[in-house]
Design a protein around this ligand. Sequence first.
Ligand SMILES: Cc1cc2nc3c(=O)[nH]c(=O)nc-3n(C[C@H](O)[C@H](O)[C@H](O)COP(=O)(O)OP(=O)(O)OC[C@H]3O[C@@H](n4cnc5c(N)ncnc54)[C@H](O)[C@@H]3O)c2cc1C
Ligand code: SF4
Ligand code: SF4
Length: 407
Amino acid sequence: MALTSPALSRVRKGDLCSGCGLCAAISDGKIEMEVSDGGFLRPRQLAPLSGEEDRLISATCPGLRLAQPVSEGSTDHTLWGPVVQVRSGHAADPEMRRNASSGGALSALLAYLLEKKEVDYVVQTSADAGFPIGNVTVKSFGRDEVFDAAGSRYAPSAPLASLEAHLSEEGRFAFVGKPCDVAALRAMSRFDSRIERKIPYVFSFFCAGVPSLNGAREVLGRLGVKEGELQSFRYRGDGWPGFATAVSRDGRVARLSYADSWGGILSRHVQFRCKICPDGTGGAADIVCADAWICDDKGYPLFEEEEGWSLIVSRNRHGEGLLQRAMDDGAIVASQTDIDGIENMQPGQVKRKGLALSRIVAMAVTLKPVPRFAGFNLAKAARKPGIWQNVRSFLGTIRRIVLPGRK
Ligand SMILES: Cc1cc2nc3c(=O)[nH]c(=O)nc-3n(C[C@H](O)[C@H](O)[C@H](O)COP(=O)(O)OP(=O)(O)OC[C@H]3O[C@@H](n4cnc5c(N)ncnc54)[C@H](O)[C@@H]3O)c2cc1C
Ligand code: SF4
Ligand code: SF4
């Protein structure tokens, strides 16, 4: 019996937690997720774990290890991972397209799976009605629930915390999570055969990192809205890119642009694990979606508001098959696009992957626990930003580790 889980101690020592919630699902109630002082979802151990539970966490926690799946005879791209096909497109349902983050492709696929009864429900993240800046994991049974959960929530989510409960229930479901959630789910499927049987489709999105809830509080401060007055809060969507929008109980609506909310505030509150993430593009999902926009070199769109377009990447034959059916049946409108064009849409992801190795080396040099990342082509990706950016990122990471208060 491990009084304090060695696996969790290692995660804590390296500040490696991404907040996925898998350890809570594995632990049979001995671990619960809670909001930390820093405003992130973090595990709290309530009772000793068995050696087996600790080993399972050690083998599956995305803070400690991550492996990119081998591509199925398709492209294994240095920057974008396993790729069968790249498309840009949108939900055929115009309301879904507008309400979602980019073109609503991800939500349209979920609604399609439900309509065709390929799954019984969807496990995804939505706004927490009782805590409007926070997130909650929900089960969606039809198009309208998927519609309500559409849109990116730039705040902590732990969609794997309830995994055991879902696997124990009747029915098959699709799962939506951050790339690290999805990678953890795949890692867990090596130990639990129910996962492949009960979760036929796994979706993700490109991810630049999870901001603390304190980021949302800073957005509210800028908008002049008190947290206690909030009726609802959305981070994006209802347009492309859409506004961070706070609605007060007295009906007042206050909005902040994507560049000011994500760019000016939220991106400064991203957790440490995200800064060394090798997998911001969801290599382990069946399908990933992202913003298919024309942007400046910092990744902000070169337009004010437009009708949304999603970048849609099928990562294996299974995901590609679903996409083809959804297009044939008119649920998704999409056309193929050049894989090299993603670089212009996602300069932030190019930089993050290119600098991941220098940041990991900086952790090793400062004797921090270092996660094991396999199959991500990080050495090759590091050539992209070049030697000087790598040196700066290495030194910057050391400075952040040694002087944690400084940005
Ligand atoms: C933290 C974060 C960082 C992101 N970084 C990038 C990026 O660097 N580049 C980029 O192109 N796109 C990024 N996105 C994704 C992007 O905003 C869109 O979600 C993506 O373009 C897909 O759009 P869509 O219209 O197809 O999805 P939608 O139809 O709007 O569906 C979004 C789905 O994501 C789920 N979801 C929303 N928030 C969370 C969350 N916090 N945790 C787990 N699931 C969630 C919802 O339940 C829904 O199923 C990020 C999203 C998040 C939440
Ligand atoms: S990353 Fe996930 S599994 Fe690892 S400690 Fe954090 S919540 Fe637990
Ligand atoms: S950046 Fe990486 S570690 Fe952070 S939330 Fe996204 S996928 Fe997870």
